[in-house]
Ligand binder design. Structure first.
Ligand code: DGT
Ligand code: CA
Length: 584
Protein backbone atom coordinates (compact mmCIF):
# COMPACT_ATOMS: atom_id res chain seq x y z
CA UNK A 1 0.00 0.00 0.00
CA UNK A 2 1.30 3.42 -0.90
CA UNK A 3 0.83 6.43 1.34
CA UNK A 4 -0.71 8.34 -1.56
CA UNK A 5 -3.49 5.78 -1.90
CA UNK A 6 -4.55 6.54 1.66
CA UNK A 7 -4.28 10.30 1.28
CA UNK A 8 -6.24 10.19 -1.97
CA UNK A 9 -9.06 8.25 -0.32
CA UNK A 10 -9.16 10.67 2.62
CA UNK A 11 -9.20 13.63 0.27
CA UNK A 12 -12.03 12.12 -1.75
CA UNK A 13 -13.99 11.48 1.44
CA UNK A 14 -13.54 15.12 2.46
CA UNK A 15 -14.85 16.25 -0.93
CA UNK A 16 -17.88 13.97 -0.80
CA UNK A 17 -18.68 15.06 2.76
CA UNK A 18 -18.47 18.67 1.71
CA UNK A 19 -20.74 17.97 -1.22
CA UNK A 20 -23.23 16.48 1.19
CA UNK A 21 -23.00 19.54 3.41
CA UNK A 22 -21.65 17.60 6.37
CA UNK A 23 -20.07 18.99 9.49
CA UNK A 24 -17.10 21.17 8.59
CA UNK A 25 -14.96 19.73 11.40
CA UNK A 26 -15.30 16.21 10.02
CA UNK A 27 -14.37 17.47 6.56
CA UNK A 28 -11.30 19.29 7.88
CA UNK A 29 -10.30 16.20 9.86
CA UNK A 30 -10.07 14.14 6.66
CA UNK A 31 -8.23 16.92 4.84
CA UNK A 32 -5.76 17.28 7.67
CA UNK A 33 -5.22 13.53 7.83
CA UNK A 34 -4.57 13.40 4.07
CA UNK A 35 -2.02 16.18 4.41
CA UNK A 36 -0.36 14.44 7.37
CA UNK A 37 -0.07 11.19 5.41
CA UNK A 38 1.42 13.04 2.44
CA UNK A 39 3.97 14.68 4.70
CA UNK A 40 5.02 11.43 6.28
CA UNK A 41 8.65 10.56 5.61
CA UNK A 42 8.15 6.81 5.93
CA UNK A 43 5.78 4.22 4.57
CA UNK A 44 2.52 3.76 6.47
CA UNK A 45 2.99 -0.01 6.56
CA UNK A 46 6.07 0.52 8.69
CA UNK A 47 4.16 2.83 11.01
CA UNK A 48 1.40 0.22 11.36
CA UNK A 49 3.96 -2.43 12.29
CA UNK A 50 5.37 -0.19 15.00
CA UNK A 51 1.81 0.52 16.13
CA UNK A 52 2.49 4.23 15.91
CA UNK A 53 -0.34 5.37 13.64
CA UNK A 54 -1.96 7.53 16.29
CA UNK A 55 1.28 9.38 16.88
CA UNK A 56 0.88 10.95 13.43
CA UNK A 57 -0.63 14.39 13.99
CA UNK A 58 -4.27 14.36 12.90
CA UNK A 59 -4.66 10.57 12.97
CA UNK A 60 -6.86 9.47 15.86
CA UNK A 61 -8.33 6.10 16.78
CA UNK A 62 -11.02 6.16 14.09
CA UNK A 63 -8.72 7.09 11.21
CA UNK A 64 -6.04 4.66 12.31
CA UNK A 65 -8.60 1.82 12.07
CA UNK A 66 -9.47 3.04 8.58
CA UNK A 67 -5.82 3.13 7.52
CA UNK A 68 -5.37 -0.41 8.79
CA UNK A 69 -8.40 -1.53 6.82
CA UNK A 70 -6.96 -0.04 3.62
CA UNK A 71 -3.62 -1.70 4.31
CA UNK A 72 -5.24 -5.07 4.94
CA UNK A 73 -7.88 -5.13 2.19
CA UNK A 74 -6.79 -2.51 -0.35
CA UNK A 75 -10.10 -0.69 0.12
CA UNK A 76 -12.22 1.16 2.65
CA UNK A 77 -15.83 0.10 3.14
CA UNK A 78 -16.90 3.48 4.48
CA UNK A 79 -15.51 5.18 1.35
CA UNK A 80 -17.11 2.65 -1.01
CA UNK A 81 -20.49 3.17 0.69
CA UNK A 82 -20.14 6.94 0.51
CA UNK A 83 -19.37 6.73 -3.19
CA UNK A 84 -22.32 4.44 -3.78
CA UNK A 85 -24.66 6.95 -2.18
CA UNK A 86 -23.28 9.87 -4.22
CA UNK A 87 -24.16 10.35 -7.89
CA UNK A 88 -21.15 9.25 -9.96
CA UNK A 89 -21.42 12.33 -12.14
CA UNK A 90 -20.95 14.67 -9.20
CA UNK A 91 -17.78 12.85 -8.18
CA UNK A 92 -16.50 13.16 -11.74
CA UNK A 93 -17.37 16.87 -11.75
CA UNK A 94 -15.24 17.42 -8.66
CA UNK A 95 -12.20 16.10 -10.55
CA UNK A 96 -12.31 19.12 -12.84
CA UNK A 97 -9.52 21.52 -11.87
CA UNK A 98 -10.83 24.59 -10.13
CA UNK A 99 -14.27 23.09 -9.49
CA UNK A 100 -14.70 22.40 -5.78
CA UNK A 101 -17.50 20.63 -3.91
CA UNK A 102 -19.21 23.93 -3.10
CA UNK A 103 -19.75 24.88 -6.72
CA UNK A 104 -20.67 21.34 -7.72
CA UNK A 105 -23.28 21.33 -4.97
CA UNK A 106 -24.71 24.61 -6.23
CA UNK A 107 -24.76 23.37 -9.82
CA UNK A 108 -26.59 20.25 -8.73
CA UNK A 109 -29.11 21.87 -6.44
CA UNK A 110 -29.93 24.92 -8.53
CA UNK A 111 -29.45 23.76 -12.12
CA UNK A 112 -29.84 19.98 -11.73
CA UNK A 113 -26.45 19.44 -13.37
CA UNK A 114 -25.20 16.01 -12.35
CA UNK A 115 -22.82 14.90 -15.10
CA UNK A 116 -19.75 16.35 -16.80
CA UNK A 117 -21.60 16.21 -20.12
CA UNK A 118 -24.49 18.31 -18.81
CA UNK A 119 -22.01 20.71 -17.28
CA UNK A 120 -20.19 21.10 -20.58
CA UNK A 121 -23.42 21.77 -22.44
CA UNK A 122 -24.57 24.32 -19.87
CA UNK A 123 -21.20 26.11 -19.89
CA UNK A 124 -21.19 26.28 -23.68
CA UNK A 125 -24.65 27.78 -23.84
CA UNK A 126 -23.97 30.34 -21.13
CA UNK A 127 -26.50 28.81 -18.73
CA UNK A 128 -24.11 28.75 -15.83
CA UNK A 129 -24.19 32.54 -15.67
CA UNK A 130 -27.51 32.22 -13.90
CA UNK A 131 -25.65 31.06 -10.84
CA UNK A 132 -24.40 33.57 -8.39
CA UNK A 133 -20.61 33.97 -8.52
CA UNK A 134 -20.21 32.49 -11.99
CA UNK A 135 -18.86 34.78 -14.66
CA UNK A 136 -18.04 34.23 -18.31
CA UNK A 137 -14.44 33.66 -17.34
CA UNK A 138 -15.49 30.92 -14.93
CA UNK A 139 -17.39 29.21 -17.73
CA UNK A 140 -14.29 29.28 -19.93
CA UNK A 141 -12.21 27.88 -17.11
CA UNK A 142 -14.68 25.07 -16.55
CA UNK A 143 -14.59 24.15 -20.23
CA UNK A 144 -10.82 24.23 -20.24
CA UNK A 145 -10.81 22.09 -17.09
CA UNK A 146 -13.10 19.51 -18.70
CA UNK A 147 -10.73 19.26 -21.66
CA UNK A 148 -7.74 18.85 -19.40
CA UNK A 149 -9.40 16.04 -17.46
CA UNK A 150 -10.33 14.30 -20.69
CA UNK A 151 -6.84 14.56 -22.04
CA UNK A 152 -5.39 13.61 -18.67
CA UNK A 153 -7.72 10.62 -18.58
CA UNK A 154 -6.26 9.34 -21.79
CA UNK A 155 -2.65 9.73 -20.77
CA UNK A 156 -0.82 9.70 -17.45
CA UNK A 157 2.42 11.26 -16.27
CA UNK A 158 5.71 9.46 -16.92
CA UNK A 159 6.03 9.07 -13.17
CA UNK A 160 2.69 7.23 -12.90
CA UNK A 161 3.66 5.02 -15.83
CA UNK A 162 7.04 4.19 -14.30
CA UNK A 163 5.57 3.41 -10.89
CA UNK A 164 2.83 1.21 -12.26
CA UNK A 165 5.23 -0.65 -14.58
CA UNK A 166 7.48 -1.27 -11.63
CA UNK A 167 4.60 -2.67 -9.55
CA UNK A 168 3.73 -5.13 -12.32
CA UNK A 169 7.31 -6.07 -13.13
CA UNK A 170 8.12 -6.67 -9.45
CA UNK A 171 5.16 -9.02 -9.11
CA UNK A 172 5.83 -10.84 -12.39
CA UNK A 173 9.53 -11.21 -11.69
CA UNK A 174 8.77 -13.52 -8.81
CA UNK A 175 7.19 -16.04 -11.21
CA UNK A 176 9.52 -18.94 -11.99
CA UNK A 177 7.88 -19.44 -15.37
CA UNK A 178 9.22 -16.09 -16.62
CA UNK A 179 12.74 -15.92 -18.04
CA UNK A 180 13.32 -12.40 -19.40
CA UNK A 181 11.15 -9.39 -18.66
CA UNK A 182 11.30 -5.86 -20.07
CA UNK A 183 8.96 -2.88 -20.23
CA UNK A 184 8.71 -1.55 -23.80
CA UNK A 185 6.64 1.28 -25.33
CA UNK A 186 6.61 4.88 -24.24
CA UNK A 187 7.65 3.93 -20.70
CA UNK A 188 10.96 2.57 -21.98
CA UNK A 189 11.41 5.67 -24.12
CA UNK A 190 10.57 7.76 -21.02
CA UNK A 191 8.10 9.92 -22.90
CA UNK A 192 6.63 12.61 -20.67
CA UNK A 193 3.13 11.14 -20.84
CA UNK A 194 2.06 7.52 -21.11
CA UNK A 195 -1.10 6.03 -22.58
CA UNK A 196 -0.59 2.37 -21.76
CA UNK A 197 2.07 0.00 -20.53
CA UNK A 198 3.63 -2.67 -22.72
CA UNK A 199 5.42 -5.51 -20.94
CA UNK A 200 7.32 -8.23 -22.76
CA UNK A 201 8.46 -11.54 -21.30
CA UNK A 202 9.93 -14.80 -22.50
CA UNK A 203 8.69 -18.04 -21.08
CA UNK A 204 8.34 -21.66 -21.89
CA UNK A 205 5.01 -21.73 -20.08
CA UNK A 206 2.99 -18.88 -21.60
CA UNK A 207 -0.33 -20.22 -20.34
CA UNK A 208 0.80 -20.20 -16.74
CA UNK A 209 2.24 -16.69 -17.08
CA UNK A 210 -0.97 -15.29 -18.54
CA UNK A 211 -3.05 -16.92 -15.88
CA UNK A 212 -0.98 -15.36 -13.11
CA UNK A 213 -0.93 -11.98 -14.86
CA UNK A 214 -4.69 -11.56 -15.15
CA UNK A 215 -5.13 -12.60 -11.52
CA UNK A 216 -2.61 -10.17 -10.02
CA UNK A 217 -4.09 -8.08 -7.23
CA UNK A 218 -3.10 -4.97 -9.20
CA UNK A 219 -5.71 -5.81 -11.83
CA UNK A 220 -9.15 -4.26 -11.86
CA UNK A 221 -10.52 -5.66 -15.08
CA UNK A 222 -9.44 -8.14 -17.76
CA UNK A 223 -9.88 -6.85 -21.30
CA UNK A 224 -8.39 -9.77 -23.18
CA UNK A 225 -6.92 -13.10 -22.17
CA UNK A 226 -4.90 -14.95 -24.77
CA UNK A 227 -1.95 -17.26 -24.82
CA UNK A 228 0.56 -14.79 -26.21
CA UNK A 229 -1.11 -11.49 -25.36
CA UNK A 230 -3.36 -10.32 -22.54
CA UNK A 231 -4.61 -6.86 -21.63
CA UNK A 232 -5.86 -5.65 -18.29
CA UNK A 233 -6.95 -2.42 -16.66
CA UNK A 234 -4.94 -1.69 -13.53
CA UNK A 235 -6.65 -0.57 -10.35
CA UNK A 236 -4.30 2.36 -10.17
CA UNK A 237 -5.16 5.22 -12.54
CA UNK A 238 -7.28 2.86 -14.65
CA UNK A 239 -4.29 2.38 -16.88
CA UNK A 240 -4.16 -0.38 -19.49
CA UNK A 241 -1.33 -2.89 -19.19
CA UNK A 242 -0.54 -5.31 -22.04
CA UNK A 243 1.58 -8.40 -21.53
CA UNK A 244 3.13 -10.32 -24.40
CA UNK A 245 4.88 -13.66 -24.09
CA UNK A 246 7.57 -14.20 -26.68
CA UNK A 247 10.09 -16.74 -27.82
CA UNK A 248 13.60 -16.27 -26.63
CA UNK A 249 15.02 -16.10 -30.16
CA UNK A 250 12.89 -13.10 -31.11
CA UNK A 251 12.98 -11.18 -27.84
CA UNK A 252 15.31 -8.49 -29.22
CA UNK A 253 13.24 -7.83 -32.34
CA UNK A 254 10.01 -7.74 -30.32
CA UNK A 255 11.60 -5.37 -27.83
CA UNK A 256 12.75 -3.14 -30.67
CA UNK A 257 9.31 -3.23 -32.30
CA UNK A 258 7.22 -2.66 -29.19
CA UNK A 259 9.52 0.02 -27.82
CA UNK A 260 8.76 2.13 -30.86
CA UNK A 261 8.11 4.83 -31.42
CA UNK A 262 5.93 4.02 -34.38
CA UNK A 263 7.64 6.77 -36.39
CA UNK A 264 11.04 5.32 -35.51
CA UNK A 265 9.91 1.82 -36.52
CA UNK A 266 8.73 3.05 -39.88
CA UNK A 267 12.04 4.79 -40.60
CA UNK A 268 14.04 1.77 -39.49
CA UNK A 269 11.99 -0.54 -41.66
CA UNK A 270 12.56 1.71 -44.70
CA UNK A 271 16.27 1.68 -44.03
CA UNK A 272 16.28 -2.11 -43.66
CA UNK A 273 14.50 -2.49 -47.00
CA UNK A 274 17.14 -0.32 -48.67
CA UNK A 275 19.78 -2.64 -47.25
CA UNK A 276 17.96 -5.70 -48.53
CA UNK A 277 16.37 -6.79 -45.28
CA UNK A 278 12.89 -7.20 -43.93
CA UNK A 279 12.50 -6.30 -40.28
CA UNK A 280 9.51 -7.09 -38.08
CA UNK A 281 8.73 -8.09 -34.51
CA UNK A 282 9.99 -11.64 -35.17
CA UNK A 283 13.42 -10.75 -36.45
CA UNK A 284 15.44 -9.49 -39.41
CA UNK A 285 15.25 -11.55 -42.58
CA UNK A 286 16.57 -11.31 -46.12
CA UNK A 287 14.07 -9.28 -48.16
CA UNK A 288 13.69 -12.17 -50.59
CA UNK A 289 12.11 -14.38 -47.91
CA UNK A 290 9.35 -11.86 -47.22
CA UNK A 291 6.49 -14.26 -47.72
CA UNK A 292 7.90 -16.65 -45.20
CA UNK A 293 8.29 -14.39 -42.24
CA UNK A 294 4.81 -13.24 -41.42
CA UNK A 295 4.49 -14.94 -38.09
CA UNK A 296 5.85 -17.36 -35.60
CA UNK A 297 4.18 -20.26 -37.36
CA UNK A 298 5.63 -19.52 -40.78
CA UNK A 299 7.77 -22.37 -41.95
CA UNK A 300 11.47 -22.25 -42.55
CA UNK A 301 12.02 -18.82 -41.04
CA UNK A 302 14.54 -20.12 -38.57
CA UNK A 303 17.37 -20.73 -40.99
CA UNK A 304 16.70 -17.47 -42.73
CA UNK A 305 16.60 -15.26 -39.65
CA UNK A 306 19.63 -12.99 -39.60
CA UNK A 307 19.13 -11.34 -36.21
CA UNK A 308 16.50 -11.06 -33.48
CA UNK A 309 17.75 -12.28 -30.14
CA UNK A 310 18.95 -8.91 -28.94
CA UNK A 311 18.53 -5.32 -30.04
CA UNK A 312 22.31 -4.92 -30.19
CA UNK A 313 22.52 -7.72 -32.74
CA UNK A 314 19.95 -5.99 -34.94
CA UNK A 315 21.57 -2.54 -34.80
CA UNK A 316 24.89 -4.11 -35.58
CA UNK A 317 23.49 -6.00 -38.59
CA UNK A 318 22.10 -2.70 -39.86
CA UNK A 319 25.61 -1.25 -39.45
CA UNK A 320 24.60 1.40 -36.98
CA UNK A 321 25.36 2.33 -33.38
CA UNK A 322 22.97 1.22 -30.64
CA UNK A 323 20.26 3.87 -30.26
CA UNK A 324 19.15 4.45 -26.65
CA UNK A 325 15.35 4.07 -26.33
CA UNK A 326 14.90 7.72 -25.28
CA UNK A 327 16.11 8.85 -28.72
CA UNK A 328 13.83 6.63 -30.80
CA UNK A 329 11.46 9.29 -32.08
CA UNK A 330 12.59 9.80 -35.69
CA UNK A 331 14.30 13.07 -34.88
CA UNK A 332 17.50 12.34 -36.74
CA UNK A 333 18.78 9.56 -34.49
CA UNK A 334 18.89 6.95 -37.25
CA UNK A 335 21.17 9.04 -39.47
CA UNK A 336 23.29 9.93 -36.45
CA UNK A 337 23.60 6.24 -35.55
CA UNK A 338 24.61 5.35 -39.11
CA UNK A 339 27.35 8.00 -38.99
CA UNK A 340 28.32 7.03 -35.46
CA UNK A 341 27.47 10.54 -34.30
CA UNK A 342 24.94 9.86 -31.56
CA UNK A 343 25.32 12.11 -28.51
CA UNK A 344 26.86 10.62 -25.40
CA UNK A 345 23.74 11.09 -23.29
CA UNK A 346 23.98 12.20 -19.69
CA UNK A 347 23.21 9.73 -16.94
CA UNK A 348 21.88 10.11 -13.43
CA UNK A 349 25.40 9.42 -12.15
CA UNK A 350 26.69 12.55 -13.87
CA UNK A 351 24.46 14.80 -11.78
CA UNK A 352 26.39 16.54 -9.01
CA UNK A 353 23.66 18.67 -7.47
CA UNK A 354 20.07 19.92 -7.41
CA UNK A 355 19.28 23.57 -8.23
CA UNK A 356 15.73 23.83 -6.93
CA UNK A 357 14.74 22.77 -3.40
CA UNK A 358 12.21 24.47 -1.12
CA UNK A 359 12.70 24.57 2.63
CA UNK A 360 10.34 25.26 5.49
CA UNK A 361 11.13 28.95 5.08
CA UNK A 362 8.54 29.07 2.29
CA UNK A 363 6.19 26.21 1.41
CA UNK A 364 8.57 23.28 1.80
CA UNK A 365 8.16 20.88 4.71
CA UNK A 366 11.74 20.18 5.73
CA UNK A 367 14.23 22.34 7.58
CA UNK A 368 17.48 23.29 5.88
CA UNK A 369 19.37 20.96 8.23
CA UNK A 370 17.05 18.05 7.35
CA UNK A 371 17.54 18.72 3.65
CA UNK A 372 21.32 18.76 4.08
CA UNK A 373 21.19 15.47 5.93
CA UNK A 374 18.91 13.80 3.38
CA UNK A 375 21.11 14.96 0.50
CA UNK A 376 23.95 12.87 1.90
CA UNK A 377 22.11 9.87 0.44
CA UNK A 378 22.68 11.33 -3.02
CA UNK A 379 26.11 11.53 -4.52
CA UNK A 380 25.98 15.32 -4.76
CA UNK A 381 28.52 18.09 -4.23
CA UNK A 382 26.02 20.95 -3.91
CA UNK A 383 22.37 21.96 -3.82
CA UNK A 384 20.50 25.26 -3.98
CA UNK A 385 17.86 25.99 -1.36
CA UNK A 386 15.41 28.20 -3.22
CA UNK A 387 12.40 29.58 -1.42
CA UNK A 388 9.65 31.75 -2.82
CA UNK A 389 9.80 35.54 -2.77
CA UNK A 390 7.65 38.07 -0.94
CA UNK A 391 4.78 38.53 -3.43
CA UNK A 392 3.92 34.86 -3.52
CA UNK A 393 2.07 34.96 -0.23
CA UNK A 394 0.12 31.72 -0.72
CA UNK A 395 3.41 29.85 -1.00
CA UNK A 396 4.93 31.51 2.07
CA UNK A 397 7.15 33.88 0.11
CA UNK A 398 9.95 35.40 2.20
CA UNK A 399 10.06 39.06 3.19
CA UNK A 400 13.44 40.79 3.16
CA UNK A 401 13.77 40.25 6.89
CA UNK A 402 13.07 36.54 6.56
CA UNK A 403 15.62 36.29 3.76
CA UNK A 404 18.35 37.52 6.10
CA UNK A 405 17.23 35.07 8.75
CA UNK A 406 17.39 32.23 6.25
CA UNK A 407 20.83 33.29 5.01
CA UNK A 408 22.09 33.22 8.57
CA UNK A 409 20.74 29.76 9.19
CA UNK A 410 22.16 28.51 5.89
CA UNK A 411 25.60 29.68 6.90
CA UNK A 412 25.32 27.70 10.10
CA UNK A 413 24.12 24.51 8.43
CA UNK A 414 26.81 24.85 5.78
CA UNK A 415 29.53 24.67 8.43
CA UNK A 416 28.47 21.13 9.24
CA UNK A 417 27.08 20.03 5.87
CA UNK A 418 28.98 17.54 3.74
CA UNK A 419 27.80 19.23 0.58
CA UNK A 420 27.75 22.91 -0.30
CA UNK A 421 24.31 24.45 0.16
CA UNK A 422 23.85 27.45 -2.07
CA UNK A 423 21.70 30.31 -0.85
CA UNK A 424 19.00 30.40 -3.46
CA UNK A 425 15.70 32.07 -4.17
CA UNK A 426 12.89 31.31 -6.57
CA UNK A 427 12.10 34.93 -7.18
CA UNK A 428 8.81 35.82 -8.77
CA UNK A 429 8.78 37.55 -12.15
CA UNK A 430 6.18 40.30 -11.80
CA UNK A 431 3.73 40.97 -14.63
CA UNK A 432 5.95 43.76 -15.95
CA UNK A 433 9.04 41.53 -16.00
CA UNK A 434 10.73 43.03 -12.97
CA UNK A 435 11.86 40.73 -10.19
CA UNK A 436 10.17 40.55 -6.81
CA UNK A 437 13.33 41.55 -4.86
CA UNK A 438 15.54 44.60 -5.27
CA UNK A 439 18.95 44.09 -6.85
CA UNK A 440 20.36 44.99 -3.48
CA UNK A 441 18.78 41.93 -1.97
CA UNK A 442 19.28 39.68 -5.00
CA UNK A 443 23.03 40.12 -4.79
CA UNK A 444 22.97 38.41 -1.38
CA UNK A 445 22.02 35.08 -2.99
CA UNK A 446 24.38 32.58 -4.62
CA UNK A 447 21.70 31.36 -7.01
CA UNK A 448 18.79 33.39 -8.36
CA UNK A 449 16.09 31.30 -10.00
CA UNK A 450 13.38 33.45 -11.58
CA UNK A 451 9.91 32.16 -12.40
CA UNK A 452 6.39 33.16 -13.37
CA UNK A 453 3.64 32.23 -10.93
CA UNK A 454 0.81 34.53 -11.92
CA UNK A 455 -0.65 36.47 -14.84
CA UNK A 456 -0.68 33.37 -17.06
CA UNK A 457 -3.35 34.88 -19.26
CA UNK A 458 -1.14 37.61 -20.69
CA UNK A 459 -0.51 37.57 -24.43
CA UNK A 460 2.35 35.59 -25.94
CA UNK A 461 4.27 38.81 -26.53
CA UNK A 462 3.78 39.98 -22.94
CA UNK A 463 4.76 36.65 -21.40
CA UNK A 464 7.81 36.38 -23.63
CA UNK A 465 8.90 39.91 -22.81
CA UNK A 466 8.49 39.19 -19.12
CA UNK A 467 10.89 36.27 -19.23
CA UNK A 468 13.31 38.10 -21.54
CA UNK A 469 13.36 40.97 -19.04
CA UNK A 470 14.05 38.54 -16.22
CA UNK A 471 17.00 37.13 -18.20
CA UNK A 472 18.40 40.63 -18.56
CA UNK A 473 18.63 41.18 -14.80
CA UNK A 474 22.32 40.72 -14.06
CA UNK A 475 21.57 38.60 -10.98
CA UNK A 476 19.35 36.03 -12.70
CA UNK A 477 21.02 32.63 -13.11
CA UNK A 478 18.14 30.33 -14.02
CA UNK A 479 14.59 30.58 -15.40
CA UNK A 480 12.46 27.93 -13.65
CA UNK A 481 9.69 25.90 -15.35
CA UNK A 482 9.79 28.23 -18.35
CA UNK A 483 6.46 27.28 -19.95
CA UNK A 484 4.37 26.93 -16.78
CA UNK A 485 2.81 23.60 -17.72
CA UNK A 486 1.22 21.79 -14.81
CA UNK A 487 -0.10 18.40 -15.87
CA UNK A 488 -3.82 17.93 -15.20
CA UNK A 489 -4.24 21.56 -14.16
CA UNK A 490 -2.71 23.97 -16.62
CA UNK A 491 -1.51 23.90 -20.21
CA UNK A 492 1.84 25.41 -21.09
CA UNK A 493 1.42 29.09 -21.76
CA UNK A 494 2.24 30.37 -25.17
CA UNK A 495 5.72 31.88 -25.28
CA UNK A 496 8.26 32.49 -28.02
CA UNK A 497 10.75 29.89 -26.94
CA UNK A 498 13.36 30.95 -29.51
CA UNK A 499 13.33 34.52 -28.31
CA UNK A 500 13.68 33.34 -24.73
CA UNK A 501 16.57 31.06 -25.69
CA UNK A 502 18.35 33.95 -27.38
CA UNK A 503 17.92 36.13 -24.28
CA UNK A 504 19.10 33.30 -22.05
CA UNK A 505 22.17 32.64 -24.20
CA UNK A 506 23.05 36.34 -24.42
CA UNK A 507 22.85 36.79 -20.65
CA UNK A 508 24.38 33.48 -19.56
CA UNK A 509 21.13 32.42 -17.98
CA UNK A 510 20.28 28.73 -17.86
CA UNK A 511 16.82 27.33 -18.52
CA UNK A 512 15.50 24.79 -16.06
CA UNK A 513 14.31 21.27 -16.65
CA UNK A 514 11.91 21.13 -13.75
CA UNK A 515 11.80 17.51 -12.53
CA UNK A 516 8.55 17.76 -10.58
CA UNK A 517 6.42 14.83 -11.83
CA UNK A 518 3.52 17.03 -12.96
CA UNK A 519 5.76 19.58 -14.67
CA UNK A 520 8.74 18.18 -16.65
CA UNK A 521 9.23 21.67 -18.03
CA UNK A 522 11.09 22.37 -20.33
CA UNK A 523 10.09 19.29 -22.27
CA UNK A 524 12.28 17.24 -24.63
CA UNK A 525 11.49 19.27 -27.76
CA UNK A 526 12.18 22.62 -26.10
CA UNK A 527 15.36 21.22 -24.58
CA UNK A 528 16.60 20.34 -28.07
CA UNK A 529 15.81 23.86 -29.19
CA UNK A 530 17.60 25.39 -26.22
CA UNK A 531 20.66 23.31 -27.02
CA UNK A 532 20.64 24.55 -30.62
CA UNK A 533 20.70 28.11 -29.29
CA UNK A 534 23.71 27.24 -27.12
CA UNK A 535 21.69 27.62 -23.90
CA UNK A 536 22.77 25.67 -20.84
CA UNK A 537 20.21 23.74 -18.83
CA UNK A 538 19.89 23.10 -15.11
CA UNK A 539 17.93 20.32 -13.45
CA UNK A 540 15.90 21.14 -10.37
CA UNK A 541 13.55 18.83 -8.51
CA UNK A 542 11.40 21.66 -7.10
CA UNK A 543 11.16 19.41 -4.04
CA UNK A 544 8.84 20.53 -1.27
CA UNK A 545 9.43 17.37 0.76
CA UNK A 546 12.43 15.15 1.34
CA UNK A 547 10.79 12.24 -0.44
CA UNK A 548 10.63 14.25 -3.67
CA UNK A 549 14.37 14.65 -4.14
CA UNK A 550 14.59 11.41 -6.13
CA UNK A 551 12.63 12.97 -9.03
CA UNK A 552 15.96 14.10 -10.50
CA UNK A 553 15.76 10.89 -12.55
CA UNK A 554 12.67 12.23 -14.34
CA UNK A 555 14.57 15.35 -15.34
CA UNK A 556 17.45 13.20 -16.54
CA UNK A 557 14.96 11.32 -18.73
CA UNK A 558 13.82 14.60 -20.30
CA UNK A 559 17.44 15.68 -20.81
CA UNK A 560 18.28 12.38 -22.51
CA UNK A 561 15.25 12.67 -24.76
CA UNK A 562 16.51 16.17 -25.59
CA UNK A 563 19.91 14.75 -26.71
CA UNK A 564 21.79 16.44 -23.86
CA UNK A 565 25.35 15.57 -22.96
CA UNK A 566 27.34 16.42 -19.85
CA UNK A 567 28.56 19.68 -21.33
CA UNK A 568 25.02 20.99 -21.76
CA UNK A 569 24.02 20.69 -18.12
CA UNK A 570 25.27 22.87 -15.31
CA UNK A 571 24.51 20.12 -12.74
CA UNK A 572 27.33 18.08 -14.30
CA UNK A 573 29.92 20.70 -13.34
CA UNK A 574 31.97 20.21 -10.21
CA UNK A 575 31.39 22.57 -7.30
CA UNK A 576 34.17 24.86 -8.48
CA UNK A 577 32.78 24.88 -11.99
CA UNK A 578 29.38 25.90 -10.71
CA UNK A 579 30.81 28.66 -8.54
CA UNK A 580 32.62 30.02 -11.57
CA UNK A 581 29.46 29.82 -13.67
CA UNK A 582 27.43 31.61 -11.03
CA UNK A 583 29.85 34.53 -11.11
CA UNK A 584 28.86 35.29 -14.69
P1 DGT B 1 1.68 5.32 -25.63
O1 DGT B 1 0.70 6.08 -26.46
O2 DGT B 1 2.18 6.13 -24.51
O3 DGT B 1 1.23 3.97 -25.21
O4 DGT B 1 2.95 5.15 -26.62
P2 DGT B 1 3.61 3.82 -27.15
O5 DGT B 1 4.77 4.21 -27.97
O6 DGT B 1 3.86 2.87 -26.04
O7 DGT B 1 2.53 3.26 -28.17
P3 DGT B 1 1.67 1.91 -28.19
O8 DGT B 1 1.46 1.37 -26.83
O9 DGT B 1 0.47 2.20 -29.02
O10 DGT B 1 2.55 0.90 -29.02
C1 DGT B 1 3.76 0.36 -28.52
C2 DGT B 1 4.76 0.29 -29.62
O11 DGT B 1 4.33 -0.65 -30.62
C3 DGT B 1 4.94 1.57 -30.38
O12 DGT B 1 5.83 2.44 -29.75
C4 DGT B 1 5.47 1.07 -31.68
C5 DGT B 1 4.75 -0.22 -31.90
N1 DGT B 1 3.60 0.00 -32.79
C6 DGT B 1 2.32 0.11 -32.43
N2 DGT B 1 1.55 0.29 -33.50
C7 DGT B 1 2.35 0.33 -34.56
C8 DGT B 1 2.16 0.50 -35.97
O13 DGT B 1 1.05 0.66 -36.46
N3 DGT B 1 3.26 0.48 -36.76
C9 DGT B 1 4.51 0.29 -36.26
N4 DGT B 1 5.54 0.28 -37.08
N5 DGT B 1 4.74 0.13 -34.95
C10 DGT B 1 3.67 0.14 -34.11
CA1 CA C 1 2.20 2.01 -24.69
Amino acid sequence: MKNQEVSRIFRDIAKILELKGENIFRIRAYERAAQAVDNLQENLEGVIKKEELTSIPGIGADLSVKIKEIAATGRLKYYEELKKKTPQGLIAMMEIPGLGPKTVKKLYEQLKINTVEKLEKAAKSGKLLKLEGIREKTEDNILRGINLVRKGGERQTLNSGLLLSKSFVDKLKSLKAIDDIEVAGSVRRKKDTIKDIDILVTSKKPKEVMDKFIHLDLVKEVLAHGETKSSVIAKENNMQVDLRVLKHESFGSALLYFTGSKEFNIRLRQLAIKMGYKINEYGVFPATSMKNTGGPASGGQKDKKLAGKTEEEIFSLLKMAYIPPELREDRGEIDAALENKLPKLIELNDIKGDFHIHSRYSDGLASIADIAKKLEEFDYEYAAICDHSQSLKIAGGLSEKEVYKKLKELKKVNQKSKIKLFAGTEVDIASDGTLDYSNNLLKEFDVVVAAIHSGFKQTKAQLTKRIVNACKNKYTNIIAHPTGKLWGAREAYDIDIDEICRAAADNQVALEINCYPQRLDLNDINVMRAKKHGVKLTLGTDSHQLNQLWSMELGVAVARRGWLEKGDIINCLSLNGVIKWLKK
